[in-house]
Write a protein that binds this ligand. Structure first.
Ligand code: ZN
Length: 216
């Protein structure tokens, strides 16, 4: 099995306590920091642009895992890379130029990934497997709060895992990940876990609980 990685979502952080919370994430050795970029069009909410990513980059060495929930991602790739992203994932549903976006990200020397919303069939990634480092599966509807984990995600992870075979591609899950939902996802083949509300409730204890849950 691939190495398990945690990618806490900054969207769930207490921005007034951000410095302190990032220090706690560093102390808990999280592997990535997940940054949701939302434009108010592709998803209802708005959050974090290139300036915020630059600010985070100046605060920490944790690699930044930037999830673009925006229309026309091609327009923003350069500024997001310049700001310090280490991985950029883009939604399959957000552009008709998905391949050129992936190439644009790779040409800038960082990792690229594709995101599937819950209703987007996994078969569609078949044609992109040689152009991605990561597949992000949404386990809730993107950009909406207070949702439950969609159990259909587990089958989707299994199917994606079969599709990618022995390629070196991370499978990331985003949405309502806690110490109960993480285990079936890990067993199905996912290895990168975005956690928001659950993890930030108690960074030290809950990062430990998440790591323990996949082992138990
Ligand atoms: Zn996300």
């Amino acid at each position: 099995m691939k190495k398990m990685k945690l990618s806490p979502s900054v969207f769930a952080a207490d921005l007034g306590e951000l410095k302190n919370q990032i220090k706690q994430l560093e102390d808990s050795n999280v592997e990535l920091l997940h940054v949701d970029v939302m434009d108010g069009h592709f998803v209802e909410r708005m959050a974090f642009g290139a300036d915020h990513i630059r600010m985070l980059k100046n605060m920490t060495d944790i690699p930044l895992d930037v999830h673009l929930m925006i229309e026309n991602p091609e327009v923003h790739i350069d500024s997001i890379v310049d700001a310090g992203a280490d991985v950029i994932t883009i939604h399959q549903e957000s552009t008709t130029r998905i391949l050129s976006c992936l190439h644009k990200i790779h040409n800038r020397g960082i990792k690229a990934g594709i995101v599937l919303s819950p209703a987007t069939p996994e078969e569609t990634i078949k044609y992109l497997l040689d152009d991605i480092d990561m597949i992000l599966l949404m386990s809730v509807n993107p950009g909406e709060g207070g949702q439950h984990f969609l159990s259909s995600t587990v089958d989707k992870i299994k199917n994606v895992s079969t599709l990618i075979g022995d390629r070196d591609i991370d499978i990331e899950v985003d949405g309502s990940i806690d110490d109960e939902t993480i285990k079936p996802c890990y067993e199905a083949g996912a290895n990168v876990f975005v956690s928001g509300g659950y993890l930030f409730k108690n960074i030290k204890d809950n990062t430990e609980a998440l790591r323990k849950a996949v082992k138990g």
